[in-house]
Design a binder for this molecule. Structure first.
Ligand code: AMP
Ligand code: MG
Length: 400
C-alpha cells in the first residue's frame, strides 16, 4: 500500500538517527552540528585592549581640561609597552594592543596634538575606560557560548576560534552509497551501444549527496539481474549509513531492487508513495539502522524523491533536524495536479512584495530532465486537488 508524502516523511524521520560525533578542524566544520556545549576556557578578549590608535593615559591627568603628557613608550598589537603609565605620562598605543599598567583610558590620536616628539597634548577631559575594551567583554571565562546542536556557520567558527577550540566535536557526516540499476546505463564518455543511454542519475545524485553535506563513499552500478543486484547492493551497503538505489524498483519483470533488499535482510518501511512523479519510491531499513532509499530510475523522479525524502533523512542524521518547514507561494500560472497523489511541480521562484511566487519550468513530463534546469523550488499540489489556479497559494520546497 502506497503511503502519503506526509506519512512517508514521518516514517523516514522516525528511522533517521543523529549520527555519532567526531573531532574536525574548524576549517572542515562549516555546516556541521556541534556535538557538545562549547564553554570558554578563558576571557575573550584575554586582556584589556585599546579600541583605537592613540595614547594610553591616566584619565585623572586630564581633569583640568588641558594636559601635556610625556611619552614613555609604545604598545603595539601583539606586544605590550613594558612600562607603567605613571602620573603625567602616556604610551603610544595601537588598536588591539594591551593597555599598559597604570593607564585607564585611551585618547584617540585625532583628539591629540604633538607639541614635540616626546610630548602629547590633550584638550578636554577624558573619562575612565574611554576606548578601553575590558578583558572578557565579549566572552567571560566559563561562559556557555555555543550550545550543542548549533549549526556551525562562519560566525560560530570565528567564535570557537576566539575561544581556542581548534577541533570541535561535531556530528559526523553520513556515509552514503549510490547504486544505479539498469542494463541500459552507460557512463558519459563511453561509446553508446544501441538501446543504451547515459547514466545521468549517478552524477546528479552524487552532486545532491555532496550538497546535502554527506560523504559519497561508493558509486556503483548493476545490470537487471537479481543475483548481481544482491551482490552489488550487499557490497555497496558495507560501512555506510545510507544507500540510494535508482531504477529497478517498479513492478516490471526486470525490477530486482526490492527482492534483493529483502534477501539482504532489509525491511521495507514503505513501498510506494502517493506521489507524481516518484510513485515507486521505497524505503527500507537494516537491522543495524542503515537506511535504504530505492528511488525510481527516471532522472527527474529520482532527483525529486531525493529532495523530498533523502534530504530530510540526511539532515536528521547530521543533527540538523530534518523537519519539514512549509513555505507558501503564489502560483503565477496554473499548476496541474492528479487527485489521489501529491503532484510535484518543478518551478522557478521570484520574491515579490507579497512573498514568493512560482512558475513551472517547461514540460512536466518525468523523462524531461532539462525541466530541472534552473529549478529552485518544488511546488506540491495536494492529493485532493486536480490543480491550482493562477493566483492561488501553493506550498513549495526550496531545492538547495
Ligand atoms: P526504471 O525505474 O528502472 O524502470 O527506469 C525508469 C526510466 O529511467 C527508464 O527509462 C530508465 O532507462 C531510466 N533510468 C534508470 N536509471 C537511470 C539512470 N541512472 N540515468 C538515466 N536514466 C535512468
Ligand atoms: Mg530499469
Amino acid at each position: 500500500m502506497a503511503v502519503t508524502i506526509e506519512e512517508a516523511r514521518a516514517a523516514v524521520l522516525e528511522h533517521a538517527r543523529v549520527l555519532g560525533a567526531e573531532e574536525v578542524y574548524l576549517d572542515e566544520a562549516l555546516g556541521r552540528a556541534l556535538a557538545d556545549d562549547a564553554s570558554a576556557p578563558n576571557d575573550v578578549p584575554p586582556f584589556a585592549a585599546s579600541a583605537m590608535d592613540g595614547f594610553a593615559i591616566r584619565a585623572a591627568d586630564t581633569l583640568d581640561g588641558s594636559a601635556r603628557l610625556r611619552l614613555v613608550g609604545e604598545a603595539k598589537a601583539g606586544a605590550g609597552a613594558g612600562v607603567r603609565v605613571e602620573r603625567g605620562t602616556a604610551v603610544r598605543i595601537s588598536t588591539g594592543a594591551p593597555v599598559p599598567d597604570g593607564a585607564d583610558a585611551i585618547v584617540p590620536q585625532e583628539l591629540t596634538t604633538r607639541p614635540d616628539s616626546g610630548t602629547v597634548a590633550i584638550e578636554g577631559q577624558i573619562a575612565i575606560g574611554y576606548h578601553v575594551r575590558p578583558a572578557g567583554e565579549d566572552i567571560r571565562a566559563g561562559e556557555l557560548v555555543v550550545r550543542a546542536g548549533s549549526i556551525l556557520g562562519p560566525a560560530e567558527l570565528g567564535v570557537l576560534a576566539s575561544m581556542n577550540i581548534p577541533r570541535p566535536r561535531v556530528v559526523r557526516r553520513p556515509r552514503v552509497s549510490i547504486a544505479g540499476t539498469g542494463d541500459e546505463l552507460t557512463d558519459p564518455g563511453k561509446p553508446l551501444r544501441p538501446g543504451a543511454i547515459r547514466d545521468s542519475n549517478g552524477p546528479a545524485l552524487g552532486g545532491a549527496v555532496h550538497r546535502a553535506g554527506a560523504e559519497l563513499v561508493h558509486r556503483v552500478r548493476v545490470g537487471d539481474d537479481l543475483e548481481a543486484t544482491v551482490a552489488v547492493l550487499g557490497e555497496a551497503l558495507r560501512d555506510v549509513d545510507l544507500l540510494i538505489t535508482t531504477g529497478g524498483v517498479s513492478v516490471g519483470p526486470h525490477d530486482h531492487v526490492r527482492p534483493a533488499l529483502a534477501r539482504l535482510g532489509y525491511e521495507e518501511v514503505f513501498a510506494g508513495v502517493k506521489l507524481k512523479p516518484g510513485r515507486p519510491t521505497t524505503f527500507a531499513v537494516g537491522e543495524d539502522g542503515t537506511l535504504v532509499f530505492a528511488l525510481p530510475g527516471n532522472p527527474v523522479s529520482a532527483l525529486m524523491a531525493f529532495r523530498l525524502f533523502v534530504v530530510p533523512a540526511l539532515d536528521a542524521m547530521l543533527g540538523r533536524g530534518g523537519e519539514h518547514h512549509p513555505v507558501k507561494a503564489t502560483a503565477d500560472e496554473p499548476l496541474e495536479g492528479a487527485v489521489g497523489r501529491t503532484t510535484v511541480i518543478r518551478c522557478r521562484t521570484t520574491l515579490q512584495d507579497d512573498g514568493w511566487h512560482v512558475r513551472p519550468t517547461k514540460s512536466q513530463e518525468s523523462h524531461i530532465l532539462t525541466s530541472m534546469l534552473g529549478v529552485d523550488a518544488l511546488a506540491l499540489v495536494p492529493e485532493d486537488r486536480d490543480g491550482i489556479a493562477a493566483g492561488e497559494p501553493v506550498e513549495i520546497e526550496f531545492v538547495g
